[in-house]
Structures are given as C-alpha cells and as structure tokens.
Design a protein around this ligand. Structure first.
Ligand code: SF4
Ligand code: SF4
Length: 84
C-alpha cells in the first residue's frame, strides 16, 4: 500500500529524510507522498519509517493505492533498477 499524509501534518520535517525511496516531498501546504515511489518501506525496513517517526500519526494508507506485499516488492525492484 502506498501511504498518504493528511492535513493534520504539522510540517515538522522529520519524515522526509527517513524515506528510503525519496517518496516524501514538501507540497504546497504540507508534506506529500508520491504513491508510485512509496513501497510502505517493503524491501528496506519491516515497518514504514515515516509512520514510526511521525509525532502526530497523520500517515494512513492511501485508499486509492491499496497494494499487496508482492506488488510492493515489485515496485521496490522497479525503483531499485531505475536508480542510477
Ligand atoms: S512508508 Fe516508507 S517508502 Fe512510503 S513514504 Fe513512508 S518512509 Fe517512504
Ligand atoms: S513526520 Fe508527520 S507531521 Fe512531520 S512532516 Fe512528516 S507527516 Fe508531517
């Protein structure tokens, strides 16, 4: 599943550097997650790093991007092979 950041985000800046896929970026008002880059940390860590560190728990599963672990692993492999 790709995750998403809700408008409860307080722009504390701690999640962005923790993402192993560079999926988190500062949007117009709050931080956002690029669904095509978020593997829910599958391939890197056992737990989503952004969720672990977020102080206000505002990073749920994106309802439009529910994916199986297998799909996430395939995404991880795809991202890995496209990294120079
Ligand atoms: S779950 Fe992992 S890959 Fe997805 S945005 Fe959070 S830190 Fe990045
Ligand atoms: S850790 Fe949570 S509150 Fe902080 S910037 Fe990331 S999403 Fe927003």
């Amino acid at each position: 599943m790709a995750l998403m950041i809700t408008d409860e985000c307080i722009n504390c800046d701690v999640c962005e550097p923790e993402c192993p896929n560079d999926a988190i970026y500062m949007g117009e008002f709050i931080y956002e997650i690029t669904p095509s880059k978020c593997t829910e940390c599958v391939g890197h860590f056992d737990e989503p790093q952004c969720v672990q560190i977020c102080p206000v728990a505002c990073i749920p599963v994106h309802p439009e991007h529910v994916e199986s672990r297998e799909t996430l692993l395939q995404k991880f492999m795809r991202l890995k092979s496209s990294t120079p």
